[in-house]
Design a binder for this molecule. Structure first.
Ligand code: CTP
Length: 404
């Protein structure tokens, strides 16, 4: 289920040309299941109509006139108290300054002052205005009060200049909003998880590599769900075709050795490791410095064992008191449970997610997975076929239980 389902979001729109991107954000939030109520600043109405927002959210878009309407003084208090989050996107330098100084001279700034929920601001203004010491000081003040900022991004500005002032893209804002909600409500808030994803790439020569079919989908789904649950996520991954979830700290690796080094460093202050990456078991013993040429005949490539990351973690674990959960995966094409059980024991895991990659609807390169969770005390939990997000949710619920 989407983290936004049933959540009440107040979306503040201010007087910036990026207001049109605010409509896209409103639509995306509503599609994700949020109940979005829009509040316009007086300047916002000059750029875009409230009807646009009412149409995409199916809910009311309030204009400044309503501050003085029938519900008058209680409207802003009601909005501010009932909301799960206030997002102001785009937020002008003017609204930013008013919020930093507690001014409340229109429905939006009054609502912001009455709000008891997390506040997320996506500034949009000219680069020079954002860089101005007054604006920077206002950002610092609001950050100090717990307000989250997303952007602004560098790029082409309405002034015709290029600078840091563009409102972040709606998908980026949506991603940060999920993480903000997760940090407020999620079971993994305050926890640090290291999640590995994708395959690996072992060089043969400067051109050729040995790799595998892992798409990274299960690992990326784990990272997104962990963020939704409020965790700080370090995602260690061989590059895949997927876009990493917003808010994850991404470490790019190619070889197993690089994966080993990245994992060993990241787990020092982590609560858990979920090793979803399908990394190589073998690598080329002597990597050719130059491209191997056809004219020299068919090469004999000698392989050697690559380091086993989870085995190395098992050896390190006694010196890592914070690391309470280590989860492995077992991708098997036969004898699923026997093979998974022996990996669970030999790699000293808290549990293992076993999946049968011979089935067409589970495992590598598909959207769904059918996994069985095995525990050291002999318990097992067979999950039905589900999408990889739902599988990630099950796995991370178990991680949260162990951490709790
Ligand atoms: N793994 C690891 N380091 C490796 C290979 C695998 O840490 N060099 C991890 C995987 O991320 C996974 C678990 O070990 O969580 C099991 O991986 P899998 O490939 O199924 O098993 P292997 O131990 O590599 O054994 P085999 O390939 O012979 O089945």
């Amino acid at each position: 289920m989407s983290i936004f389902a049933g959540k009440r979001i107040i979306l503040g729109i201010t007087g910036s040309i990026a207001a049109y991107k605010g409509a896209d954000l409103a639509s995306k939030l509503a599609q994700a299941g949020a109940q979005v109520e829009t509040v316009f600043s007086p300047g916002a109405e000059k750029f875009i109509a409230p009807l646009t927002f009412q149409s995409v959210t199916g809910r009311k878009a309030f204009t400044d006139a309503e501050l003085w309407g029938g519900e008058a003084h209680v409207l802003h208090v009601g909005l501010g108290h009932a909301a799960d989050m206030l997002i102001i996107a785009p937020c002008t330098a003017n609204t930013l300054a008013k919020m930093a100084h507690g001014q409340a001279d229109n429905l939006l700034t009054v609502t912001a002052l009455a709000a008891e929920c997390p506040i997320l601001i996506a500034p949009a203004m000219d680069g020079g205005m954002f860089a101005h010491p007054a604006t920077q000081e206002n950002v610092r003040i609001l950050t100090g009060r717990g307000v989250t900022f997303v952007g602004p991004a560098p790029g082409h500005l309405a002034s015709g200049l290029v600078g840091v002032g563009r409102m972040s893209e709606p998908l980026e804002i949506l991603g940060v909003a999920r993480a903000v909600l997760g940090r407020k409500l999620g079971r993994l808030r305050g926890r640090r998880l290291v999640i590995t994803a994708g395959g690996s790439q072992e060089p043969i020569d400067p051109v050729r590599v040995i790799t595998n079919r892992s798409s990274g989908r299960q690992g990326y789904a784990l990272a997104q769900v962990a963020l939704d649950m409020g965790a700080h996520v370090t995602l260690i991954s061989h590059p895949t075709a997927l876009t990493p979830p917003v808010g994850a700290e991404v470490v790019r690796v190619d070889t197993v050795q690089q994966m080993l080094e990245a994992v060993s460093g990241a787990i020092k202050d982590a609560d858990g490791l979920v090793m979803a990456a399908a990394v190589a078991d073998f690598r080329v013993k002597t990597v050719a410095g130059d491209k191997i040429k056809k004219r020299d005949g068919i090469p004999q490539i000698e392989l050697e064992a690559a380091p086993d990351v989870l085995a190395a973690v098992a050896n390190q674990r006694s010196g890592l008191p914070r690391l309470k959960v280590v989860v492995g995966f077992a991708a098997e094409s036969r004898d699923l449970l026997e093979n998974a059980k022996s990996k669970l024991i030999s790699k000293k895991l808290d549990f293992i997610a076993a999946n049968d990659i011979s089935a067409g609807d589970a495992g590598f390169a598909v959207e769904t997975n059918r996994i069985t969770l095995l525990y050291p005390d002999g318990r097992s939990e067979s999950l039905p076929l589900m999408d990889k997000g739902a599988a990630a949710q099950h796995i991370l619920n178990r991680v949260a239980e162990i951490l709790e």
